[in-house]
Design a binder for this molecule. Structure first.
Ligand code: RB5
Length: 158
């Protein structure tokens, strides 16, 4: 992926790691949209997850990075936004595959799980990989169909 703009968000567990990733992305010439938090007070991770997911889903960012304690809460929240495929990864192999096979548009990880150097390797693996399409497209389309079915069910219930 030749990303020009990446949105990034975090909770209180990941302020320092977020800054390291921002610096890492900036060195690559990537514009970074930081949705916060930059405070150390307890911060509800779904807020950052939603902000980043909206920027990606609306085409205002080419991809997103979300960091909380584990990366899991962020991925759960971001995946509620239609069009988002957010994956929590703790190593670069999964990060690469989640772009190649799942076309993940947001990568998540945990500041309480991995260190900053592993985090950079994960971001690089995800950024540098290309979605392969082909046999994976029908599967990614099925994920999108689940979103659409849910929307139709919600419409039926009103
Ligand atoms: C915060 O304590 C923690 O729950 C949060 O950072 C994240 O790990 C949730 O998934």
């Amino acid at each position: 992926m030749s990303a020009k703009t990446i949105a990034i968000g975090n909770d209180h567990t990941a302020v320092a790691m977020k800054q390291e990733i921002k610096d890492h992305l900036a060195k690559k010439g990537i514009e970074v949209l930081d949705v916060g938090t930059n405070g150390t007070g307890s911060f509800q991770y779904p807020v950052s997850a939603y902000r980043v997911a909206r920027l990606v889903a609306d085409g205002k960012a080419d991809g997103g990075v979300l960091i909380c304690g584990t990366g899991i809460g962020m991925s759960l929240a971001a995946n509620k936004v239609h069009g988002i495929r957010a994956c929590a990864c703790s190593e670069p192999y999964s990060a690469r595959l989640t772009k190649q096979h799942n076309n993940a548009n947001i990568i998540c990880f945990g500041a309480r799980v991995i260190g900053p150097e592993m985090a950079k390797m994960i971001v690089d693996a995800w950024l540098e990989a290309e979605y392969e399409g082909g046999r994976h497209q029908a599967r990614v389309d099925m994920i999108t169909e689940i979103e659409q079915t849910q929307a139709l069910q919600a419409a039926d219930e009103t």
